[in-house]
Design a protein around this ligand. Structure first.
Ligand code: ZN
Length: 560
């Protein structure tokens, strides 16, 4: 931020002042001519909805809603399309998404084979002037099974005149060429950062090009974090969420400074989306003195902790040993290992007590069954039964043993499920990482609904694309990309899936009285979708198209 300079700061102050002084009233709106999915207690479908000054003032039959029409009201005929609450993104990383949007895309979402990946890399290098950095991201040995890992010498041959760094889809590792090591200032004398983060060396002590974990990667990705480019891409990232129907998004760590995130989210001096922040340890200087729940567009809600890692790096903490497989070797998973817990039990209890006393929420990354048992023990020790609601969120919850849930539900704990573990990586989880038997125990979404824990679904961008209807589809069908069904007993209904993406996520963020359903008095955060999700077969949900998105009644996105 120091690089921004005083001129930029002054400009931002002027912009902010402008925002406060010039907020124009929004247009009054009436929608009719298509199903209005209210997502109220009874999941009712209404005929029409009226908005005044950014707030919903009527929902019901056409005649009663039209009674609110005045000379200034804009009346919108849905022409059979559906009106839904805007999605609420329970767990995303807009800053990381913006950082990596500055890199060329080599992901398995766009490239199906090793040949395609390397051809895209060659094109990226050819398009970059000599001496400039080539950043590429998304390398994925799971979605691209024949992927040849790019070691230093191969990259030197491909790009003798450019520093090149390739980042894995998990963001836990990278590969770089010799020029990148020189430009990053990493030499034979540079010590490894330690605790699993290092520059891999061969028998002679030379760099292989493989870089493990974020601390060692940091000097290689500095260019992607240059403030001005990043601020622009942050706005684009928020527009990407809007284009998928999202009107609120929670950022679970690795954030821009909150003041900057709030500023770059303005369009024509108006907030374009609602942002909710959880801060990681390195960001705690931005934690305000006390929680402020008054700002409708930007709130810091609490902190984000990690108790374990990822099944795709062998760092998820599980009681069952990781399999011995070819893919496991490529991913660096030790056969028979179990992962590791990252926070000592007593420290976890103390931090939970401290933050809940201060009124902050705690979101805990916890994937494996053993991790969830340890976290659960800490929660039961820290919070009394009948404790305040939503003080603790459990993040990802891949192997969340259902026997833990009743006691957690009593303490108002709420899980957010990383359902894309099934769609994108489910086949490999079952055959190469945790085994078929364990894969049939993943993601107990239905049980969390039965216990009224307000479960949500999330994409964790940039890990997976933020597509709400695709998340819903997977939570209903439980199908992997090959059509295999994982833990069918935990499938939910389309009504529940829509609740997970709207009112439940709003509950987790503490805005369920203002957002997440279409009811009188709530913010007019809306999306128009080409068809009602209640009316299409589950396996076609991901093909639904978001056509328009409104924030507090103001149009933020229209499909071209
Ligand atoms: Zn995350």
């Amino acid at each position: 931020m120091r690089k921004l300079g005083i001129g930029m700061l002054l400009l931002m102050l002027v912009l902010l002042t402008g925002w406060w002084l010039t907020r124009p009233p929004s247009t009054d709106l009436i929608f009719y001519g298509g199903p209005v999915l209210t997502v109220n207690q009874q999941d009712q479908v209404a005929e029409a909805l009226a908005v005044k000054e950014g707030v919903i003032v009527a929902v019901g039959d056409v005649a009663s809603v039209m009674a609110h029409r005045t000379a200034d009201t804009q009346v919108i005929d849905l022409q059979g399309r559906a009106l839904l609450p805007g999605f609420v993104g329970a767990h995303e990383h807009p800053t990381l998404t913006a950082v990596f949007a500055g890199a060329h895309d080599l992901s398995g979402f766009t490239h199906q084979s090793n040949a395609q990946v390397w051809s895209a890399l060659r094109q990226a290098i050819a398009a970059t002037p000599p001496g400039e950095w080539v950043y590429a991201g998304g390398l994925d040995a799971i979605l691209v099974p024949d992927l040849q890992v790019p070691m230093r010498e191969a990259l030197d041959t491909l790009a003798p005149d450019n520093p090149v760094v390739l980042i894995s889809q998990t963001l836990h590792s990278a590969w770089a060429n010799s020029m990148a090591f020189r430009e990053a200032g990493v030499t034979a004398d540079t010590p490894d950062p330690g605790t699993g983060s290092y520059y891999e060396r061969d028998a002679d002590g030379g760099f292989t090009g493989f870089i493990a974990e974020t601390r060692a990667m940091a000097p290689f990705v500095e260019g992607l974090r240059a403030p001005l480019g990043l601020a622009g891409r942050y706005g684009d990232t928020l527009d990407g969420y809007l284009s998928q129907g999202f009107t609120s998004v929670a950022s679970l760590g690795y954030n821009l400074p909150p003041w900057l995130a709030r500023l770059v989210a303005l369009r024509d001096f108006q907030p374009r989306i609602r942002q909710f922040f959880y801060l990681v340890d390195s960001e705690l200087q931005y934690l305000p003195d006390t929680p402020d729940h008054d700002d409708p567009y930007f709130r810091v809600l609490g902190v984000k902790l990690w108790h374990d890692g990822s099944p795709y790096t062998g760092s998820m903490l599980t009681s069952m040993p990781y399999l011995d497989s070819e893919l496991g070797k490529t991913l660096g998973i030790e056969p028979g290992s179990h992962g590791a817990g990252m926070i000592a039990q007593q420290e976890l209890v103390e931090r939970l007590c401290h933050y809940s006393r201060e009124g902050w929420q705690v979101a805990i990354h916890s994937q494996g069954d053993e991790s969830n048992r340890q976290v659960s023990r800490a929660i039961l020790e820290a919070l009394p039964a009948g404790a305040g609601q939503r003080q603790v969120r459990l993040e990802h919850s891949v192997l969340l043993p259902p026997d833990l849930l009743p006691a957690l539900a009593e303490r108002g704990v709420s899980p957010s499920f990383h359902i894309n573990h099934i769609l994108y990586y489910g086949d490999r989880l079952a055959d190469s990482i945790i085994g078929r038997h364990v894969a049939q125990q993943v993601l107990p979404v239905r049980r969390a609904f039965e216990l009224q824990m307000h479960p949500s679904l999330h994409a964790d961008s940039p890990m997976f694309p933020t597509e709400g209807f695709s998340l819903m589809q997977t939570a209903i069908t439980r199908q992997t990309s090959s059509g295999q069904v994982l833990n069918a007993a935990q499938a939910i209904t389309v009504q529940q899936a829509l609740r997970a993406m709207t009112i439940n996520a709003a509950w987790q963020l503490g805005i369920d009285q203002q957002a997440g359903s279409l009811e009188v008095g709530k913010w007019a955060d809306l999306q128009i979708v080409d068809q009602s999700p209640y009316a299409v077969p589950a396996k076609r949900l991901s093909a639904l198209k978001v056509e328009e998105v409104y924030l507090a009644g103001a149009l933020q996105y229209r499909r071209e």
